[in-house]
Design a protein around this ligand. Structure first.
Ligand code: NAP
Length: 521
């Protein structure tokens, strides 16, 4: 069995105790063990701060952008091996594994190119210069100056490659050294991905450290120039947020957490049309892709009362075509859940939803997987429920079942009513709206736009180009209000803001404009 290693103080560290064991989620065979026992977190932090930080800070955005592009090139060479590891470690299908790995490469490439386009700068300009007095001599300007601390990245199990790539790309481009901590259950894939990045030596020593296993006292040691970017469950986020030493340290904390995402069908959309087809295709994919283990997956589906029966029948047929099993079997379209505890939580979660919704498709229990030994594996078939009174319900709006599970409900066709139902989720990462009626879209945006981080509008004109509402593109912000954590990642240059300080600078216009224009003092 493989023992995964951390990388701290410029070297690989193998723990000797306190191991967690990883199993193949299709067969339950043991595949690797993970522990961070023995890591000196204080020394690891100081090494990143004193060695990696200054080496990165010496470089400009273009140089660091070139490094990200080189990193993406190197990691792409490992793609086939990573896909195979992903099948073994997470039970992902090849397509799901590519979604994670290619998503990471795409984010690294996007930010590499962004670095090139920013050029030989060491800080960024925010907005226009401002005249501050009667004469135009006294001048003001806002600048973004990169922080001089360490970025600690804590990732969820469901995106072992993308979670690392999308966070590291932004921090490294800003010149902040990264300590990345993947979730334990999918650390076999994450460790392999980060190991290639470290071994490539594309970035200077100390720029990238890896912790497999727990974070020990790391979060107690952070300071005001440091950043924690966390992705995971809202309950974990709460315990991190309320860690007194972290809260008192002045370190920034960005949280990407749970989300009860919703898909809304507009009243103008009817069966047989292009927009209807894209709605059904998206919703079916969002339920089954990565076995529903996506923070952006659709959990609630709101359709006009008049369309309810047709949507239910067509969605049930689509889900019935999905084949749950071991992705090593080529006929399988959906893999297992990642761990025994995820399976247990999904079974309990559906039981909770069933208190206020009826089963339309699926059993809400473990099933045997095609191509897997009977009785083994964490398989859970696509599950659709219907709630007849979404206004009175609470669990469907509040309880995220992290699996291939969604609840269908009707609304009266009024955009404001649909927006109110969506907002019952307490803040979502993404809401998808399917309509060709511009007035409906505008009404929905006005009533419910602030309850979501991203509004994805599916319509006839873009039907052929839509990537699916669950795809977090690096050009657009990822993150949502309230329950979703209130964080912001990606979104082009917006994703860099977490790792920089916005500074208001005022003085002689000639000096300020020179700083804003060329960065040469
Ligand atoms: P989780 O149990 O909250 O774990 C997330 C990460 O936090 C893991 O790396 C975990 O490490 C670590 N962790 C746990 N307790 C910690 C502590 N006290 N201090 C420091 N780190 C700690 O979540 P998960 O089960 O991996 O992921 C599923 C959840 O993530 C779902 O709720 C999903 O919605 C959410 N998610 C959100 C997004 C988003 O962008 N909003 C993306 C993906 C997933 P160990 O694994 O070692 O315990």
């Amino acid at each position: 069995m493989v023992t995964l290693k951390s990388h701290v103080l410029g070297q690989w560290h193998e723990a000797r105790s306190d191991f967690a064991t990883l199993v193949d989620p299709c067969t339950e065979a043991e595949i690797a063990r993970v522990s961070s026992a023995g890591v000196d977190f204080g020394a690891a932090l100081e090494f990143a701060r004193r060695r990696g930080g200054p080496a990165l800070a010496e470089l400009d955005f273009a140089s660091r952008g070139r490094m990200l592009l080189e990193l993406a090139r190197v990691l792409r060479e490992d793609r086939d091996e990573l896909i195979a590891l992903s099948l073994l470690n997470t039970g992902a299908t090849r397509r799901d594994a590519k979604f994670d790995i290619d998503g990471a490469l795409h984010a690294l490439t996007h930010y590499g190119e962004l670095g090139l386009s920013i050029g030989e700068r060491r800080w960024l300009v925010d907005g226009e210069g401002i005249q501050l007095a009667r004469s135009a001599r006294f001048w003001g300007q806002h600048l973004w100056i990169p922080l001089r601390g360490v970025a600690v990245h804590i990732n969820a199990f469901n995106f072992p490659a993308w979670g690392f790539g999308e966070k590291a790309a932004c921090a490294l481009l800003c010149g902040m050294p990264v300590i990345t901590k993947p979730a334990t259950s999918s650390a076999l894939v994450a460790e392999r991905f980060v190991r290639s990045a470290i071994d490539s030596r594309v970035f200077p020593e100390g720029a990238l450290s890896l912790i497999v296993g727990g974070t020990g006292d790391l979060l107690n040691r952070l300071g005001p120039q440091d950043v924690v970017a966390f992705t995971g469950a809202a309950s974990t986020a709460l315990s991190i947020r309320t860690t007194a030493s972290l809260a008192g340290s002045g370190a920034r904390l960005n949280v990407e957490a749970d989300s009860l995402n919703a898909a809304v069908l507009g009243p103008d959309v009817v069966s047989g049309g292009e927009t209807w087809a894209v709605f059904l295709r998206d919703v079916e994919r969002e339920i089954t892709q990565k076995s529903g283990q996506k923070c952006t997956a659709v959990r609630r589906i709101f359709v006009p009362q008049a369309q309810l029966a047709t949507v239910r029948a067509e969605l049930r047929d689509a889900l019935a075509r999905s084949v749950t099993g071991n992705p090593q079997d080529e006929s399988v379209t959906m893999g297992p859940l990642a761990t025994a505890s995820q399976l247990q939580a999904a079974v309990a979660g559906v039981a909770r939803l069933r208190e206020e919704a009826g089963l339309v498709h699926g059993s809400g229990t473990r099933v045997d997987g095609k191509g897997a030994p009977s009785g083994k594996g964490f398989f859970f078939a696509p599950t659709l429920l219907q709630c007849d009174d979404p206004r009175a319900a609470s669990a469907i709006h509040e309880h995220e079942v992290f699996g291939p599970v969604a609840t269908l409900a009707a609304y009266d066709g009024n955009a404001r009513f649909a927006a109110d139902l969506v907002a019952r989720g307490g803040g979502t990462l993404v809401t998808s709206l399917y309509s060709d009626d511009r007035a409906f879209v505008a009404d929905f945006l006005q009533a419910g736009g602030a309850a979501t981080g991203r509004l994805y509008v599916g319509s006839e004109k873009v039907a052929a180009q839509l990537p699916g509402s669950g795809a977090a593109l690096p050009q657009l912000l990822h993150g949502g209000p309230g329950r979703a954590g209130g964080g912001q990642e990606l979104g082009g240059t917006r994703g860099l803001e977490l790792y920089m300080q916005r500074v208001a600078i005022s003085g002689d216009r000639a000096i300020i404009e020179r700083l804003a224009g060329s960065n040469e003092a």
